[in-house]
Design a protein around this ligand. Structure first.
Ligand SMILES: Nc1ncnc2c1ncn2[C@@H]1O[C@H](COP(=O)(O)OP(=O)(O)OP(=O)(O)O)[C@@H](O)[C@H]1O
Length: 279
């Protein structure tokens, strides 16, 4: 089978467009009291162009979330460089939105008020806050639920509110940590589609961690795979599928199946190597 690996595996995606996110020779370890430090990622380099949608995959524990948190500025970097739009990352930035698997909505606030929260923090005037919150809720298909509290919303609706809350702040960059993993299959597909629709309209730069290979291929422009821990980039796979995409329909495309199969094969080999190295 022709593997769709037409980009360099060192992660340095060569392009003339300036990188929205640039990671160079990033290495990170966690100190553990009384034990050897854990080397989580090792010499990772990765360029993400403005407006690109990248899915980051790899075996469990390979350092995907660590890499995301380093790019978000939530974890200080120890070795190597990370720049966002040419500026070194030293702390979390308001231009960067972060969505995780857990919705983290404030239960005493309505959906609208939750979406307004990020705008309040940014000092946006009340009238504009309300307008932007309503527009964002409308975008994620929640018009009519503005006054609902978290307890009155399904898991999928809560995650929609969380996405709206981030979108309302209009971040230049979106970092997603398994954003749909806590949802049932049907809700997941619907929400993937909502997100693809929004992304195809605004083309924000996206870096999304996922365990779901089909989700990665259905949504992203490139799938970047990390090795088992310590994670380094072992493949950078271009997803040459047409847009606009429908997360459900695209799964019937023969090219989707070929790319997904290629990614699975690589992941399978990587996991097999991990088991051999542990024997
Ligand atoms: N705060 C921490 N302290 C110590 N070790 C940590 C810490 N955070 C992560 N690690 C270790 O770093 C490695 C990478 O963890 P990370 O959560 O980034 O992996 P992951 O690829 O996102 O995992 P998964 O796919 O299972 O969510 C793991 O071995 C983990 O135990």
């Amino acid at each position: 089978m022709n593997r769709p690996l037409d980009l360099p595996a060192d992660g340095a995606h060569r392009t003339s467009v300036p990188a929205a996110i640039s990671v160079r020779n990033l290495t990170h370890h966690f100190e553990r009291r009384g034990e050897e430090p854990t080397l989580a990622i090792d010499d990772v380099s990765l360029d993400i162009a403005e407006g690109e949608f990248i899915a980051l995959v790899g075996p469990s524990g390979c350092g995907k979330t660590t890499l995301l948190n380093l790019v978000a500025g939530l974890v200080p970097s120890q070795s190597g460089q990370i720049t966002v739009r040419g500026l070194p990352v030293t702390r979390p930035s308001r231009d960067v939105g972060y969505i995780s698997a857990r919705d983290s909505l404030l239960p005493w606030r309505t959906a609208e008020s939750n979406v307004c929260y990020g705008l309040e923090v940014r000092g946006v005037a009340k009238k504009e806050r309300r307008e932007r919150a309503r527009a964002a809720l409308d975008q994620v298909g929640l018009a009519g639920f503005e006054k609902s509290y978290r307890s009155q919303l399904s898991q999928g609706m809560r995650q929609r509110v969380a996405i709206a809350r981030t979108l309302a702040t209009e971040p230049e960059l979106l970092l997603l940590d398994e954003p749909f993993s806590a949802l049932d299959q049907q809700t997941k597909l619907l929400l993937e589609n909502t997100f693809i629709d929004i992304w195809e309209k605004n083309h924000r730069t996206v870096l999304m961690v996922t365990h779901d290979i089909e989700e990665a291929v259905a949504m992203a422009d490139r799938v970047v795979m990390l090795s088992h821990r310590p994670g380094h980039v072992i493949a950078d796979i271009k997803v040459d599928l047409p847009r606009p995409r429908d997360a459900a329909e695209i799964r019937y495309d023969p090219n989707f199946r070929e790319i997904t199969h290629g990614v699975w094969e690589l992941l399978r080999q990587e996991i097999a190597q991990l088991h051999i190295s542990q024997i």
